[in-house]
Design a binder for this molecule. Structure first.
Ligand SMILES: Cc1cc2nc3c(=O)[nH]c(=O)nc-3n(C[C@H](O)[C@H](O)[C@H](O)COP(=O)(O)OP(=O)(O)OC[C@H]3O[C@@H](n4cnc5c(N)ncnc54)[C@H](O)[C@@H]3O)c2cc1C
Length: 497
């Protein structure tokens, strides 16, 4: 094949996938630096050239914000990274974050046609490459902001849902104010997802960009407590509200010893470290008892983040999970990274009790040894006790069992409907809640989910808020009334609309 001859689809597909190199585990557990090294230009072009530019690209459908993936990959392949960045930015406000934390293996890459026979194109790694190139080369981001509409919108919460909604409404010419309970913005991307997966600088630049676009931020403002939703609309003159308050209320284990000193929920542990700098004592005075023998309950992505944080703070970390490795809910990549980083795993171990000393500090964890029986409703094999038990010595325990929606706003708002799990109920098409002019999206309406799904809903909500503000909101509202109705679980097709 001569150098100038275009590659055939078969030649493209059969090229080996370029995996993103990682820093060595022994080195990386000594700091909080990012673990993947990043692609070189050559690696990126080579990986992008594996895309066969399908006529009906399923990857676009697989992306909850509908990025034109083949188009941006083609631009990368040709070396036009600035063009690729612009292409991604047409639909995604947070590409550097999404390139790093999206579950691409379940979304765009899961439906990549190349992946039917070969390894799928590394779309996530390429998105990250483009976003980093844009940032490192100070490429201008020039959003076209429509003339002022004179309408005021309040966004509650500054996580990916709130920030995306703020961006989408600002470019449509609205006056947007984000109210955030904490002293800084970013939501879970800042106080949950660790720095070694998502550096802080990335989120800070996106926040600065929004400020430069004219979005206002009010921090330390708990809506539902300091100001109510009704006050925002009636006294403060907001024409519409978007609730993007996430799902930050930890589910508890309900076993003896849960209230001992040294036992934390994953949320509390990560927030103390990443938002309140507890690991930087005495420069910061946030208390955290970080022991040397740490037990972590659960094997989801958040548990992996907790364990990998603990090991960086010098603890010997063990994971306790009642099923086996095969059923662990964490993404394979996250689990593998944790394994590389010397975390111990005690599969088929279900905590029964935390044991404390006379000062009420945790000293041990008692577990039942489990075995797997028939599959349950989730399709995973059900763990049942074997009758055997064991006790391990620990001085810190973190449990990671998922989170519920915080009830502060619903409790303070009479006409805001929630289901029996506390999830804010919305009309699936428009994201409108049961309260006029109030929309919601992200984890607050799905329960704990993902950055990109929160963004997808926020984009959809913004589109309908815009319609509402323009007086074109004549849809038949369809907010569920059944308290047993689950949070919304949008399919890709629905999200596209
Ligand atoms: C440890 C951890 C790791 C994760 N890893 C990943 C990952 O790798 N990939 C992925 O896609 N997803 C991941 N997730 C999930 C993802 O972070 C969430 O799905 C996403 O952040 C939800 O976005 P959101 O904007 O709805 O809510 P959040 O990010 O939770 O933001 C909500 C914001 O609202 C604020 N707020 C809450 N109540 C009020 C109030 N009353 N008044 C004012 N402000 C309020 C909160 O302080 C917060 O800043 C992870 C979650 C956790 C906890």
């Amino acid at each position: 094949m001569s150098d100038n001859k275009p590659l055939t689809a078969k030649e493209r597909m059969s090229k080996p996938r370029n995996e993103m190199p990682l820093f060595d585990a022994k080195e990386r557990i000594l700091n909080f630096n990012e673990v993947p090294v990043g692609f070189s230009m050559e690696q990126a072009q080579n990986e992008a050239s594996r895309c066969i530019q399908c006529k009906k690209p399923e990857c676009i459908q697989g992306c909850p914000v509908g990025i034109n993936i083949p188009a941006f990959l083609k631009l990368v392949e040709s070396g036009d990274v600035a063009g690729a960045a612009q292409k991604i930015r047409e639909t995604n406000f947070l590409p550097a974050a999404c390139g790093r934390v999206c579950p691409q293996d379940k979304q765009c890459e899961a439906v990549c046609i190349v992946g039917k026979k070969y390894d799928p194109v590394g779309i996530g790694n390429l998105e990250r490459f483009v976003a980093d190139y844009e940032r490192e080369h100070n490429l201008p981001r020039q959003p076209k902001i429509s003339p002022s509409t004179g309408k005021k919108v309040a966004i509650i919460g500054s996580g990916p849902a709130g920030l995306t909604c703020a961006y989408e409404l600002r470019i449509r010419g609205h006056d947007v104010t984000v109210f955030e309970a904490f002293h800084r913005g970013g939501g879970v991307m800042v106080y949950g997802i660790p720095r070694f997966r998502l550096p802080l600088q990335i989120i800070d630049e996106d926040l600065k960009f929004l400020e430069e676009m004219g979005v206002k931020f009010v921090y330390n403002m708990i809506i539902g407590n300091i100001l109510t939703l009704d006050e925002l609309m009636e006294d403060e003159g907001f024409d519409a509200v978007f609730i993007g308050t996430g799902a930050g209320l930890p589910k508890m284990l309900g076993i003896p010893g849960e209230n001992l000193n040294g036992v934390y929920s994953a949320n509390e542990y990560l927030t103390r470290i990443y938002l309140m700098h507890a690991n930087e004592f005495p420069d910061y005075t946030t208390p955290l008892f970080q022991g040397k023998k740490m037990g972590v309950i659960g094997a989801g992505n958040t548990a992996m983040d907790v364990m990998r944080t603990g090991i960086r703070l010098g603890a010997d970390v063990t994971c306790y999970y009642r099923r086996s490795r095969d059923e662990a809910p964490a993404r394979t990549e996250e689990l593998e990274h944790a394994e590389q980083e010397f975390i111990n795993f005690k599969w088929l171990s279900s905590p029964l009790e935390f044991i404390g000393n006379e000062n009420n500090f945790v000293t041990g964890i008692k577990c039942a040894v489990m075995e797997l029986s028939e599959p349950d409703d989730s399709g995973r094999r059900r763990p049942v006790p074997t009758g055997e038990e064991f006790i391990d010595e620990v001085d810190t325990v973190v449990f990671s069992l998922g989170c519920d929606v915080n009830p502060v706003i619903p409790n303070a708002t009479n006409d805001l409907r929630v289901n029996k799990w506390g999830v804010i109920m919305v009309d699936e098409t428009t994201c409108h809640t049961s309260k006029a002019g109030v929309f919601a999206g992200g984890d607050a309406v799905t329960g704990g989910s993902t950055v990109i799904l929160a963004m997808g809903q926020a984009k959809n909500a913004a589109k309908h808020i815009h319609e509402y503000l323009a007086g074109r909101f004549d849809y038949k509202l369809d907010v569920p009334t059944d308290p047993e109705a689950p949070g919304i679980q949008w399919s890709f097709a629905k999200r596209k609309g």
